[in-house]
Design a protein around this ligand. Structure first.
Ligand code: HEC
Length: 481
């Protein structure tokens, strides 16, 4: 099995680096999808004589849409590939191996989107209303189709469904969270587009307040589908694996916090839309509109963090751990060690005390660095700073029991001892202690704990052979104690 080194960004953890870029991308891309639909609606308002100013708005809004979705959206999209490949080449590899035709189709739709968008941008002044609507329709359709296609791949990572057994692309694509996620994202897209419209209307000179208010009230209709969000959210949660759901709903304080941010921000937007825009037909000024849009960004960020975080310990559920190790490799790596196929030296300048700490740093990079830093965010040196060596040995040997969202340790006893030495050394800088010969007694203890922990993760597919066996083992152990 090929090994690719994890790039370490200390003090930032890789998840934050990828997530930081991905959140902007998702936000922009969803805005582009909703924007296309919104423009079709306004073009129609103008063509049917319902609104005299809608045409002006379409042209003003479109410039923003093109600039933002084509430039910033494309750059951040490439940014995701660029960072994700440095953290988990096996994840990207798994996605491409399974879904290359879907990616390729998605790129075709993106091309169509760019084509339609550019044609409209360049020629709308010379085209008939009908032709404009057709171009906008093509733009909106292409943008939504790229959401449709990407959604299948992203939701497959969390809930691969029947793909796990059959490796059928159809089963993986139309997986258990595909539909709730697609509907939810479509509504988010409409909401963001409506909020951006409120900002844009405020920047349009040459309209009086009445005209602006009318446009804002039209745009507010795009926020109406938000009433479906709680149902779709519940559907999504129900389709999630049980353990992921329990972390999101309180088991993991960080994820629960992000979920609450997402819900709170969405409620604030929905509440304002309901009371302010529909019931009282209020005017939203630029500052309020911008604030609502920022809340929309907060909701998107919270939601994406929850979705990404709840996949742990997997990057592709049941198939690949976040650290790029396959579940069925663990038993062998317990025997052979985790560095057998890892030819990469440490990054120039990595601080170590000698041979053992060098090995420890490599074990860290291979098994922990995808989720932890050494000294920054979610730092392992800090998380273990109050433990003595034996506690550390046991906690790491029983990694999946220490926290169920960590994968089982995938190395031999010497690997683990080297890792403990490295982490201890990082805190106390005692070179001699770190590089002293390993004691047979310590290694025997580690081996005992590794054997007790087993090589199965805490979360296996429901009804699978392993989970039944594991359940039985736990029951037996519980009975013996
Ligand atoms: C799939 C991601 C992931 C991987 C891989 C991972 N961890 Fe963790 N680990 C976490 C998360 C998330 C926490 C929770 C942090 C918190 O509670 O603040 C955590 C917590 C810990 C803790 C604190 C446990 C406690 O009782 O509070 C230790 C120690 C730890 N990890 C060590 C490691 C080591 C060593 C490795 C590599 C062999 C590793 N982890 C691999 C995600 C991971």
């Amino acid at each position: 099995m090929d090994v690719y080194p994890v790039n370490q960004y200390d003090p930032l953890m890789p998840g934050i680096v990828i997530g930081g870029i991905a959140i902007f991308h998702v936000f922009l891309a969803q805005f582009a999808v909703g924007g296309g639909i919104l423009l079709c609606y306004f073009q129609w308002l103008s063509m049917t004589g319902r609104s005299a100013t809608a045409r002006l708005f379409v042209h003003g809004y479109f410039k923003w849409l093109v600039l933002i979705s084509f430039v910033a959206g494309a750059v951040t999209g490439v940014g995701i590939w660029f960072t994700a490949i440095q953290v988990s080449a096996p994840t990207i590899g798994g996605m491409i191996r399974n879904f290359h035709w879907i990616w390729a189709t998605e790129y075709l739709f993106f091309l169509l989107e760019v084509f339609a968008g550019y044609m409209f941008y360049r020629y709308h002044r010379h085209l008939s209303d009908k032709a404009c609507l057709r171009l906008l329709g093509m733009y909106a359709f292409a943008a939504w189709m790229s959401l449709f296609l990407i959604n299948g791949i992203i939701s497959w990572q969390l809930t691969p469904g029947g793909w796990i057994e059959t490796h059928s692309i159809g089963a993986g694509f139309f997986n258990p969270t595909f539909w709730p996620s697609l509907f939810f994202r479509t509504i988010v897209a409409l909401t963001l587009a409506g909020l951006v419209a409120c900002v844009v209307v405020n920047t349009m000179s040459g309209l009086d307040r009445d005209q602006k208010q009318k446009l804002i009230n039209y745009a507010a209709y795009l926020l109406l589908p938000m009433v479906l969000m709680p149902f779709l959210g519940a559907w999504f949660l129900a389709a999630m694996p049980e353990d992921s759901r329990s972390w999101v709903l309180g088991g993991s304080p960080a994820m629960n916090l992000f979920l609450n941010i997402a819900i709170g921000a969405s409620l604030a937007i929905g509440g304002y839309a309901l009371v302010g825009l529909y019931l009282q037909k209020l005017y939203i000024n630029g500052a309020t509109a911008t604030l609502l849009l920022l809340l929309g960004f907060g909701a998107t960020a919270g939601g994406e963090f929850v979705r990404e975080g709840s996949r742990k310990p997997y990057s592709i559920r049941y198939y690949l751990y976040s650290n790029g190790i396959h579940p069925d490799q663990v038993a062998q790596m317990r025997k052979e060690g985790c560095l057998k196929d890892d030819p990469y030296p440490l990054v120039h300048g990595t601080e170590v005390a000698g041979e053992i700490t060098t090995r420890g740093a490599k074990v860290f990079r291979r098994q922990c660095a995808a989720c932890h830093t050494v000294w920054g965010l979610n730092s392992v040196a800090e998380l273990t700073s109050t433990c003595d060596e034996d506690q550390m040995r046991m906690n790491i040997a029983k990694l999946q029991h220490t926290k169920p969202f960590m994968p089982p340790f995938a190395g031999n006893a010497e690997d683990l001892e080297a890792l403990v030495r490295y982490l201890k050394w990082f805190n106390n800088r005692d070179d001699q202690q770190a590089e002293a010969e390993m004691k047979a007694e310590d290694l025997a203890n580690i081996q005992k704990w590794l054997d007790q922990a087993g090589t199965e993760p805490m979360s296996t597919p429901p009804g699978s052979h392993e989970s039944e066996r594991q359940g039985k083992e736990v029951a037996e152990k519980g009975g013996a104690e």
